[in-house]
Design a protein around this ligand. Structure first.
Ligand code: ATP
Ligand code: MG
Length: 217
């Protein structure tokens, strides 16, 4: 797909900050609650890969319809959640279209939910890999979300500035994420969640020390 560019648009700016984020936690750990609190869902350019229909955005249910919308939108405002069969082929097509839409000098937030279902550990698929590696320079913020970090593509893990981790179910995930966060497994598991009242999580910026934070409802 090609979207028309205007002459004045600066295609990329390598000096832009890295805002990418990896969000990891078991079901109910607060991943969506955190995003709902931190992300402005009313912003003009926001696109979600949303297999579970978690995000309140106008919804589209086929890649064909997403492509048509993208062509119509060009570099204009676009607020959409894409809910299609979560397989690798659809995800790769989604990532390709999203990457084209990034080529504007306008900020865009991209949410990719449960990437372990649609990516592989071994090697990122081409468009997804490109999106992970280049989105920053195009003023994009990519938030990749997963319950199973060990099973998901590693490209995004090397490209994020923020790592978020909520409660985890297995010892293996806890060990894996404790290493990513630079804290002990015990510290990571020391999260107090009270149903419908509060969730806790760890967040780390770059190589800074991770911090424990709380959201109360
Ligand atoms: N507005 C709210 N008021 C009260 N409790 C809430 C609210 N939003 C979320 N919660 C609670 O916060 C917890 C986290 O829910 P959330 O949907 O964020 O989990 P999740 O990590 O996104 O799970 P999944 O992987 O299944 O999508 C749940 O126990 C839920 O009941
Ligand atoms: Mg969720």
């Amino acid at each position: 797909m090609r979207v028309k560019k205007t002459a004045t648009v600066k295609r990329q700016d390598p000096s832009l900050p890295n805002e990418n984020m990896l969000i990891v936690g078991a079901s109910g750990s607060g991943k969506s609650a955190f995003l709902r609190e931190k992300i402005d869902f009313k912003q003009p350019r926001i696109i979600a890969w949303d297999p579970e229909e978690d995000y309140q955005l106008p919804r589209i249910r086929s890649i064909k319809a997403f492509l048509a919308l993208a062509k119509k939108t060009g570099f204009g405002p676009i607020r959409v959640a894409v809910t299609v069969q979560p397989n690798e082929e659809n995800f790769e097509r989604w990532a390709g279209i999203v990457f084209e839409l990034c080529h504007a000098a306008a900020p865009m937030t991209i949410l990719a939910d449960e990437i372990a279902d649609v990516t592989r550990v071994s090697k990122a698929s081409p468009y997804w890999g490109q999106l992970c590696r280049k989105v920053r320079k195009y003023a994009g913020r990519l938030c990749a979300i997963t319950q199973r970090p060990q099973e998901a593509d590693k490209t995004i893990m090397n490209q994020v500035e923020y790592t978020w981790c909520g409660a985890l179910k297995t010892q293996a995930s806890a060990k894996y994420m404790a290493a990513e966060m630079g804290i002990s497994v015990q510290e990571l598991q020391d999260i107090k969640n009270i149903p419908r009242k509060q969730i806790q999580y760890w967040i780390r910026k770059g190589t800074d020390a991770a911090k424990r934070e709380t959201i109360t409802f």
